[in-house]
Write a protein that binds this ligand. Structure first.
Ligand SMILES: Cc1cc2nc3c(=O)[nH]c(=O)nc-3n(C[C@H](O)[C@H](O)[C@H](O)COP(=O)(O)OP(=O)(O)OC[C@H]3O[C@@H](n4cnc5c(N)ncnc54)[C@H](O)[C@@H]3O)c2cc1C
Length: 417
């Protein structure tokens, strides 16, 4: 049986799994990485803890892929979150599952995942070359016959798997080289936009509460142009110097397309556990207790300290008004504001700060079962270089792992026929 020779470009999550798996299947693999360290982005995932997958079914996984989920149907069914977990445990990384089925290493160290995948490659005999691939060399049929870096040319490969990632967090090495490499052999690259990213806002409440993290809040996002609610979520968010961020905001950002300044309005429900009537009764009780205080001190028990002053301003009620002089109509306004604190979004933070890149090599030009290019017969793709992105929760790494598995399986299967 012929030994298949594979070049994997990019040693991130996708590249290391693709290389390790192909080597395990008997292929001769060369893994190219532009950095001297492998998996730099993987090493900072999940705030350094690496939420490596989500312990959910393939169907649930697809529901959490915001862009082009159906494309992954075959790949995710052949390499499920359970398969990712079994592989990592086999590679010596004990795992645990936390809230929302998020899976982490028991050690809480993303570097354990990086080292395990590197070990997977090294023990399988993968040759690791630290070099930045800049060009494909093709023959007259369009097949890739070699790879060129600034220093030298590499050849002798039957297939190439492109795993260079997106353009977010470019300091980790993902700068979009794969997009230009793919374009050089005829691929379309869909517009690159930030996904899972902080949102900018000029609203004073953001500046004034900068650094405040709110837990157990609910958000509703309205597309004011279409007069339609585009997203709802419950969880944690953060006010920052530029606007808003934190888990529910990052997830919401994946739904704000197209982005236009002022188009999306976020309403924050500061008290989701209380309906308006119950909240009004609670306000009445608080106001009864503190009737001789100034209105500026009305929310000492209801709101975090940093939010009180900005909230009082938003109410449009004089801070030195006595609480017992607050009218019923004013109280109604306060309840509405507690349940629907508005923040108008002006845009995304830059793509370099995004957790993932939306857009990439068009999936219309890639075979979903094999990840093979429809433009170039021996080119395959895996991971974020493609136009695929998902919510937070371990889904993006699972995209990298299942597409990497599909590509290396397809190459090994084809070459053994
Ligand atoms: C701060 C942060 C936290 C995240 N946390 C999570 C999380 O907890 N869970 C989750 O599911 N997702 C998370 N993500 C998203 C996840 O990290 C990515 O989706 C995933 O790493 C994509 O894997 P990849 O292998 O496709 O690309 P990458 O991990 O970006 O790897 C691409 C590799 O290719 C190399 N490369 C690029 N160009 C070349 C070239 N020309 N030649 C050679 N090598 C090249 C790069 O140096 C890099 O090592 C997070 C992202 C960020 C930024």
């Amino acid at each position: 049986m012929k030994t298949v020779r594979i070049a994997v470009i990019g040693a991130g999550a996708a590249g290391m799994l693709a290389a390790g798996h192909a080597a395990e299947r008997g292929a001769k693999v060369t893994l190219f990485e532009r950095n001297t360290l492998l998996g730099r982005k993987l090493g900072i995932t999940g705030k350094g803890r690496c939420n490596l997958t989500n312990d959910c079914s393939p169907e649930e996984f697809i529901r959490n892929v915001t862009g082009n989920g159906k494309f992954l149907f075959s790949a995710i069914n052949r390499f499920t979150p359970a398969d990712t977990m079994a592989l990592l445990e086999r590679l010596g990384v004990p795992l645990k599952t936390e809230r929302g089925k998020r899976v982490y290493p028991v050690s809480d160290k993303a570097t354990d995942v990086v080292l395990a995948l590197k070990r997977y490659c090294v023990t399988g005999g993968v040759q690791i070359v630290c070099d930045r691939i800049r060009e494909f060399i093709t023959d007259e049929t369009g097949k890739i016959t070699g790879l060129r870096s600034q220093k030298q040319t590499y050849d002798g490969f039957d297939a190439v798997i492109l795993c260079t990632g997106g353009v977010s967090y470019p300091v980790t090495g993902s700068t979009g080289d794969g997009h230009s490499l793919a374009a050089s052999v005829g691929h379309t690259v869909t517009p690159l936009i930030p996904s899972l990213v902080g949102l900018t806002s000029d609203d004073a409440v953001c500046r004034e509460t900068m650094g405040l993290s709110l837990k157990n809040i609910a958000i509703t996002v309205t597309d004011t142009k279409k007069k339609k609610i585009v997203y709802r979520d419950f969880g944690e968010m953060l006010f920052c110097h530029f606007g808003i961020s934190g888990p529910v905001i990052l997830s919401a950002s994946a739904h704000l397309r197209p982005m236009e300044s002022g188009r999306y309005l976020i309403h924050i429900d500061l008290k989701p556990a209380l309906d308006e009537q119950t909240l009004d009764r609670r306000l009445l009780a608080d106001f009864g207790k503190y009737k001789n205080r100034n209105f500026a001190n009305a929310f000492d028990e209801l709101l975090p300290a940093k939010l009180r002053e900005p909230f009082v301003k938003l109410c449009g009620i004089a801070p030195d008004k006595k609480i017992n002089a607050v009218t019923q109509e004013e109280r109604r306004r306060i309840v509405t504001l507690l349940k629907h604190l508005p923040v108008t979004v002006t845009g995304f933070r830059p793509i370099s700060e995004a957790i993932v890149t939306g857009g990439g090599v068009s999936i219309k030009e890639i075979e979903p079962h094999t990840m093979r290019s429809k433009k170039c017969p021996n080119l395959y793709f895996a991971g974020e270089v493609m136009d695929l992105d998902a919510y937070t929760g371990g889904f993006n790494l699972q995209i990298a792992f299942c597409t990497a598995h599909a590509a290396s399986e397809a190459i090994c299967d084809a070459e053994q026929i």
